[in-house]
Design a protein around this ligand. Structure first.
Ligand code: 3HC
Length: 698
């Protein structure tokens, strides 16, 4: 059977309708651009055609260039769809639903009119994959709407909702009802009217200092990156050069970015974040229950954040706490958090008024009995959690999904408090729960496939990125960080100062250094975790320096001192000679010689420890893919996105070099650096760490 064409052309009442049909999102895949060119030519040649419509079949207009084809040789077409649309002598109307992104919006900008349904979104998100709009977007959008709003859209890559796009002047009209018939009617109505060709417009107006101000404002966020600055330079050209010259600048800058390390890393991250949703061993087409109502047990900071996530997704959620006081505090905290968002402008008052009533405080387990899902977020202690699950077992409907937000406790022991362990899984949130994108979904040994798949899907419904993890201490994400944290502290004993380590990691691209983060979250939490681990494991490596800080009352920002010193009411860390003294003393007592560290050694000690552990996690089937672990590091730990993720970054150094270094540190420091068998295998095969897969995936 012949393949269906990716672009169709038909004439309806004097209007040539060009339909792009390349599922799932009408990316500009093979044949799409050429198909549009051929359709435009057909419309131009047909005397019966007086106007044309460009529209997408299925769920979207056009989501942009086909990202899978970047970095690979592509046959150069003699004419691009952009040029054909722009040059058409008959008016072309872009009819937008779903998304018009990147090359999608750029094609729409080459049309002479643009209409959309109110739910559509438009944008030029190329910067998010390390490139810039290369289909004339940097030259046309500023001409159409002015340099300032265009610059903001292109540098942030944000998706602009259709009503805002109308206000900005990107769209000519919003239409309700059937888009195709509306577009045909619109096209008929513009026949004979003057055609606006953006390429014929003069350079965009820009206020003085606009571009410099933008460079300054992104300096921190965009450090080590090239694409945001190239975006600015391209828009600057649109504000000063004639169209053809501006296009030449865009082309040159695009060429510099397409295969940059940054673009390759960001493309990898884009696809890794889609792959992470797939659990190949789950039966296909498993019928999944719908989640219409939810309950959260535990109204602390975490529980409140989780409840907000449901309310944000429009799902009514009941909030239960052991004490009336805890419940009242929890609800007040949720209200305050929403109010802060309204004040900051990230939420409207109307949205707050819609969301807040979705959180219903309740005082008994009976009140949550009918909910489709419960997430437990009580104190991190096995017996406390088991007591909650015994109650849930007593009241909940048999088909309810029971999730525990533990960060380390054995899921199966929690599930064991019920007579339905198959209904229990882990849903490990990262703080703050309503902000952080990552949701680690933990499969216990008895978790049913339906519950696992429902929890994964629920995460996505809540706007999270769900990542699979197996049941083990720390699960996948936190377990992969233990080595990092260990080395961070041990290097201090050996002579690297916290401020050096923090600087190295900030230079690498983290928003904050690990010691500054420790001070922010409070040193007492990990102090207690260490006590627990020490009690469980006689060989546990103690960390005397952070222990002493806590024992001296230095618990971080909240006590005005931790690894750093803080002025009252200010969160800026100040280097504290008292900490240096304490470090020297502790090292001397343990007989550890202090020495200087190179920045590279600091970076490698922290990250190689985690690379080695990630390999172990994968070989034990506790994570499915190295790329899943990268997704966790990007969305749970602030790893710089333009480096792709831990394992993608590690491939830049090479598995062999990393293995050799890990083996050398194993000789020098002992068992904690024992190389994983998987790391060794990949190194010996000169393979890619980012392609590592769990044995259960075959
Ligand atoms: N190229 C190739 N594949 C794409 C794609 C693209 N531009 N956009 C989406 N896809 C694929 C996804 O990989 C996914 O495939 P899978 O089902 O095999 O995993 C499928 O389409 C569906 O995507 P999502 O799961 O992301 O679906 P959502 O509905 O959640 O989101 C979306 C849809 C908002 C369009 C989102 O996919 C997205 O942001 N896509 C990228 C958009 C983009 O960056 N466009 C610019 C491209 S660069 C460009 O145009 C250059 C030009 O200037 C020259």
């Amino acid at each position: 059977m012949a393949e269906a064409p990716v672009v169709r052309f038909e004439v309806v009442d004097g209007v040539g309708v060009i339909t792009v049909d390349y599922p799932p999102v009408n990316a500009l895949g093979p044949g799409v651009s050429d198909g549009i060119v051929a359709a435009v030519d057909q419309g131009e040649a047909d005397p019966a055609v007086r106007a044309m419509v460009l529209i997408g079949a299925g769920r979207s207009f056009i989501a942009g260039a086909d990202i899978r084809r970047f970095g690979k040789p592509r046959p150069a077409s003699p004419r691009r769809s952009y040029d054909a649309l722009d040059a058409a002598t008959k008016p072309v109307v872009a009819a937008i639903h779903g998304y018009a992104l990147g090359g999608g919006l750029e094609n729409a900008l080459c049309c002479h009119w643009r209409i959309a349904v109110p739910s559509a979104k438009v944008g030029l998100p190329e910067v998010l994959i390390g490139i810039l709009p290369g289909g004339g977007g940097t030259q046309r959008l500023p001409r159409l709407i002015g340099a300032k709003p265009a610059l903001e859209m292109i540098v942030t890559g944000r998706h602009v909702p259709a009503p805002e796009a109308l206000t900005l002047g990107i769209l000519d009209a919003l239409v309700e009802g059937d888009l195709r018939s509306e577009a045909i009617a619109f096209a008929q109505s513009v026949v004979g009217k003057p055609m606006r060709r953006i390429s014929a417009m003069p350079p965009a107006a820009a206020e003085p200092g606009l571009f410099e101000a933008m460079r300054t404002s992104i300096a921190r966020r965009a450090r080590n990156q090239q694409a945001p600055y190239h975006c600015i330079a391209a828009v600057e050209a649109a504000a000063s050069l004639p169209f053809a010259e501006g296009m030449a600048v865009e082309k040159r800058l695009f060429g510099e970015l397409e295969n940059s390390d940054e673009a390759r890393a960001l493309r990898y991250a884009f696809f890794a974040e889609r792959e992470v949703a797939r659990i190949p061993f789950l039966p296909k087409d498993l019928p999944l229950p719908e989640i219409r109502t939810a309950a959260v047990v535990g109204a602390g900071t975490m529980g409140g954040g989780i409840a907000m996530g449901f309310a944000d997704a429009g799902i009514p959620v009941k909030l239960l706490d052991a004490s009336a006081e805890g419940l009242a505090k929890g609800v007040a905290r949720i209200r305050d958090n929403y109010a802060v968002s309204v004040k900051r402008g990230s939420l409207t008052q109307a949205q707050m008024d819609q969301r807040l009533p979705l959180v219903e405080p309740v005082e008994s387990y009976e009140a949550i009995a009918g909910c489709d899902v419960v997430i437990e977020a009580v104190f991190e202690q096995l017996d406390v959690k088991q007591a909650v699950f015994a109650e849930l077992d007593r009241v909940m409907q048999p088909e309810a999904i029971l999730l525990t937000n533990t960060s380390a406790i054995d899921i199966d022991r929690i599930a064991g408090a019920t007579r339905r362990p198959e209904m229990v899984a882990g849903a490990h949130y990262f703080a703050p729960a309503n902000v952080m994108k990552l949701l680690e979904v933990v499969e216990g040994p008895r978790t049913s496939p339906t519950v696992l798949a429902t929890a994964m899907k629920l995460g996505r419904t809540l706007g999270k990125i769900s990542a699979y993890a197996g049941n083990c201490d720390g699960f996948a994400a936190n377990r992969s960080r233990i080595g990092f944290t260990m080395e961070q502290n041990i290097m201090v004993e050996e002579g690297a100062l916290p401020e050096q380590i923090d600087r190295v990691m900030v230079d690498f691209g983290y928003p904050m250094g690990p010691f500054a983060v420790n001070d922010m979250s409070g040193l007492d939490v990990s102090y207690l975790t260490r006590r627990r681990r020490q009690a469980e494991d006689p060989n546990y490596r103690m960390l005397p320096i952070p222990d002493r800080l806590v024992e001296a009352g230095r618990k971080g920002q909240k006590t005005g001192a931790g690894w750093y010193r803080y002025e009252k009411g200010d969160r800026t860390p100040h280097v504290d000679p008292e900490v240096h003294r304490l470090i020297r003393e502790a090292a001397a007592e343990q007989g550890i010689a202090q020495r200087a560290f190179s920045d590279e050694e600091v970076l490698h000690r922290l990250l190689f420890a985690s690379v080695n552990e990630v390999c172990r996690i994968i070989e034990e089937d506790k994570a499915l893919r190295a790329s899943d672990m990268d997704v966790m590091w990007l969305n749970g730990f602030g790893f710089p996105r333009y480096r792709g993720g831990l394992m993608f970054w590690a491939d830049g150094i090479g598995a062999r070099a990393i293995y050799n270094q890990v083996a050398a540190w194993h000789q020098r420091y002992g068992d904690r650096w024992r190389p994983s068998a998987l790391l060794q295998r990949i190194a010996e095969a000169d393979g890619l760490l980012r392609e590592a897969k769990a044995p259960r995936l075959g």
